[in-house]
Design a protein around this ligand. Structure first.
Ligand code: NCD
Length: 313
């Protein structure tokens, strides 16, 4: 386990299991400095001469553009393969060969792929650091880091909070990574989902085995008043084999002004985004709506991680 910033040099980032509290504090400290750097100077030349390859086999707006912005604000450059259908992947090139190609040109590879374990496969074949930007329903570690960083920056604490996670807890990889990361802290969990979208059993077991308080419910109204952090998610349409089933559950939960009238005054609403109806636009000017600030934090966290992996933090 890497637990100082220096010890991340040359590492892959595949799972949140690689992070303990010391590592999280170290990353958050650097991310905070990156925020100050961007606000004052727009960036720095820390990664000048370095190249990042962004390899996305699934759609992305925030993750891919924030990695690009992070690299460019640190003086580095980016090879963007956001449409693998136009790369040699469409000619049948394998993931190992694609990755071995990109590492000839780049210093770090960011990969998003529909299969669980694909980032680990890429890391197995690559000598350069690989960052998992989402492997199917598996993990999305950099999102969980930026989520937790947002909680820390917004509420100045993580221990003692009640975190209410809502929506597609079954297929949502951001929920899987964030839940595991939160086990490093003394938080209480409330998981809100329809029956068919409950958190996977192995994760529930991990939460329970670690001694954290944890409830699984189907009604958001009855628990909204307890939330310090309300973590909303989109129902992951692309993971359903039966779209009729998706239609049945897609509009289960909506955060609107009426619901928020019952929420605490000091709490935050988060969402990894994109939203497709779970949060009313009327909510956006509520000071508790943290999802746009959360999105910006993604760039600072990714700046910190890139600097750390490339030995410049
Ligand atoms: C998430 C993802 O790709 O898992 N998006 C993101 O990276 N911000 C969430 C989602 O797509 O619902």
């Amino acid at each position: 386990m890497a637990d100082t910033i220096e010890s991340f040099a040359g590492q892959d980032i595949l799972s949140v299991d690689q992070f303990n509290r010391a590592a999280l504090n170290a990353v958050f400290g650097v991310a905070h400095e990156m925020r100050v750097l961007v606000e004052r100077f727009g960036g720095a030349e820390l990664l000048q001469g370095k190249i990042l390859a962004n390899l996305f086999y699934e759609p992305s707006t925030r993750t891919s553009s924030s990695f690009t912005a992070a690299m460019q604000r640190l003086g580095g450059q980016v090879i963007a393969i956001n449409n693998v259908q136009y790369s040699s992947v469409s000619k049948g090139e394998s993931l190992p060969d694609t990755v071995r190609t990109l590492e000839c040109y780049a210093d770090v590879i960011v990969i998003r792929h529909p299969e669980v374990g694909a980032a680990a496969t890429a890391a197995y074949y690559a000598d350069k650091p690989v960052i998992n930007a989402g492997d199917g329903i598996g993990e999305h570690p950099t999102q969980a880091l930026l989520d937790l960083f947002t909680v820390q920056e917004e509420l100045q604490q993580i221990d003692g909070l009640t975190v209410v996670m809502v929506g597609d807890l079954r297929y949502g990889r951001t929920v899987h990574s964030l839940t595991k990361l939160l086990l490093n802290y003394e938080v209480s969990f409330v998981f809100v989902s329809p029956e068919i979208l409950r958190l996977p059993a192995d994760l529930i077991e991990a939460v329970e085995a670690s001694g954290h308080s944890c409830r699984q419910v189907q009604d958001l109204n009855s628990v909204i008043g307890e939330a310090d952090v309300l973590y909303m998610t989109r129902v992951q349409r692309e993971r359903f084999t039966d779209l009729a089933e998706y239609d049945r559950v897609k509009d289960f939960f909506v955060v609107d002004k009426e619901l928020m009238a019952r929420a605490r005054r000091k709490m935050i609403v988060m969402h990894p985004l994109p939203r497709v109806g779970e949060i009313s636009y009327a909510m956006d000017d509520d000071p508790r709506a943290a999802y746009f600030r959360q999105m910006r934090n993604g760039m600072y966290i990714r700046m910190a991680l890139l600097a750390a992996l490339l030995g410049k933090a």
